[in-house]
Design a protein around this ligand. Structure first.
Ligand code: NAG
Length: 476
């Protein structure tokens, strides 16, 4: 039996807010309640909140342009930053204020978690819809809080990706990194190279729809085209991309590090330029990720040559180069291999910011225990506590807070073929990584977290989320 910590006395919020005070009394949402929003900017967020609350309460909840029982306010005030918000619940109502619509959206995720778990149900529930009094001031620690989904090893439909976005956005995640290409598949239509994408891939319209849906939830899509390794799918589709001019066989296994674009052929850079141009044009976000990991079949000198050209191409198309830590020269490098902290340090030395995804903590494809049905274990077993008990500013010696853009939880799918399997690996670990990215280090502790997380089980059940009932968590 765990000792209770101060934070477990408050509401079970994940991520835990920067500052929270429990106040007198409570508010109950009644059937005649309204949602008030004065600014046009906040209106879409108010409508989205109304839609969500209508499903489970069955109430009409009209959205009005004046203060109401639930009032959302976009003040234009930048005091709490782009994503910060204040949320006050008193017997008279709920007031959620932020400088931007994005801040209000993040606050709405908090409001959802203050309501009973049945609020997540897709069908009307009895209520009562009571919230205890609280005063919250909140803003993120890091600006980049991502999840990565590998849609190359196994393909996931637009609908499946939307559900993954929705769930992650409830935990204030603001980046979806899509791993679109690998040895096993190329999952995005490139009009100038039509043989790349097979049947199981996104058309450009599909991809646009994912980007639009994510943006509605203030989630930025970062597309990844993995190069120069992890490229067997491209090398199988186009013979000329191989140094020997012979097309490779399609690959369905789980080995890594055996493929490479031909660094010395000009066609390679025409190919890269076409791909980057098309993907950049479809992507409103600032980053384009060119992978760069595990290029074991590319010799180190060739690798440097390739990355320099790739960097120019990405610049030309107005994006910032992002990559795994092996690409030490981009704007942003992603630390992933716990055995290679040197690469992270080298990237920082060359002026890059880091996104922290240490596989032994943040990889959602690692097994929880020896008997976990799915997943890999090359970085060890990662129970919920292992995924939670680390800090981005101390995980790589010599790399501190100022070098770090944020965190990301990657989900590789060699062993995962269904939404249920994705969810089982992501829940409950994904919310912990989201909390590490959002909450001040001083506000979080494992004991407090496990107690808060327990209250999320019924929320996931209400949303039909498959999750791992870790014995570490005192599930309600
Ligand atoms: C790494 C590979 C990735 C693979 C994953 C599985 C990176 C950056 N590269 O070997 O292709 O799916 O592990 O955990 O993670």
């Amino acid at each position: 039996c765990a000792p209770s910590s101060p934070e477990s006395a408050g509401p079970a919020l994940v991520p835990v807010p920067a500052s929270l005070r429990v106040t007198e009394g409570s508010f109950t949402l009644a059937s005649d309640a309204r949602i008030g929003v004065r600014s046009a900017e906040g209106a879409p967020v108010a409508e989205e909140l109304a839609r969500l609350l209508r499903r489970s309460t069955g109430y009409a909840l009209p959205v009005v342009r004046e203060p109401a029982e639930i009032t959302l306010e976009v003040s234009g005030d930048q005091e709490l930053g782009r994503e910060g918000y204040t949320l006050d619940v008193t017997p008279g109502g709920v007031r959620l204020a932020a400088g931007t619509a994005e801040g209000v959206f993040r606050g709405v995720q908090t409001l959802r978690q203050l309501l009973p778990a049945a609020i997540e149900s897709p069908a009307p529930q009895p209520g009562p819809w009571t919230i205890g009094g609280v005063s919250i001031q909140d803003r993120p620690r890091f600006s980049y809080r991502g999840v990565m989904l590998d849609v190359a090893r196994h393909f996931f439909t637009v609908e499946q990706v939307k559900r993954y976005i929705d769930l992650a956005a409830s935990y204030k995640v603001n980046v979806l990194h899509l791993h679109l290409t690998d040895d096993q598949g190329w999952r995005i239509e490139i009009r100038s190279w039509p043989e790349l994408a097979g049947d199981d891939s996104y058309t450009q319209d599909d991809y646009r729809e994912i980007v639009r849906y994510a943006a509605e939830r203030f989630v930025t899509v970062v597309p990844e085209i993995d190069t120069p390794g992890h490229t067997n799918a491209a090398l199988a589709a186009y013979a000329e991309l191989n140094c020997d001019g012979v097309a490779r066989e399609p690959y369905e296994g789980t080995e890594v590090g055996f493929s490479s674009l031909c660094v010395d052929k000009e066609v390679t850079y025409r190919f890269l330029d076409d791909v980057v141009r098309e993907v950049a044009a479809l992507t409103p976000g600032p980053y384009l990720n060119l992978g760069g990991d595990e290029a074991h079949s590319t010799d180190p000198e060739d690798y440097e040559k390739f990355v320099a050209r790739a960097q120019q191409i990405v610049d030309t198309h107005g994006k910032r180069l992002m990559g795994w830590a092996e690409i030490t020269s981009g704007s942003v490098a992603q630390h992933w291999n716990p055995r290679e902290p040197d690469r992270a340090r080298a990237a920082v030395a060359r002026g890059a910011k880091l996104v922290m995804s240490p596989a032994d903590h943040a990889y959602l494809d690692m097994k929880y225990t020896d008997s976990t049905e799915y997943g890999l274990d090359w970085a060890g077993l990662v129970e919920v506590s292992d995924s939670y008990e680390w800090d981005p500013a101390t995980v790589v010696e010599g790399v501190g807070e100022q070098d770090i853009l944020g965190v990301e939880a990657p989900l590789w799918t060699e062993t995962l073929a269904t939404s249920g399997a994705l969810e089982f690996m992501a829940y409950p670990r994904l919310p912990g990584i989201a909390e590490i990215g959002w909450s001040p280090a001083a506000a979080r502790s494992w004991e407090g977290y496990r107690a808060r997380l327990a209250a999320h089980g019924p929320r996931w059940s209400a949303r039909s989320v498959t999750f791992y009932r870790s014995p570490e968590i005192p599930w309600n």
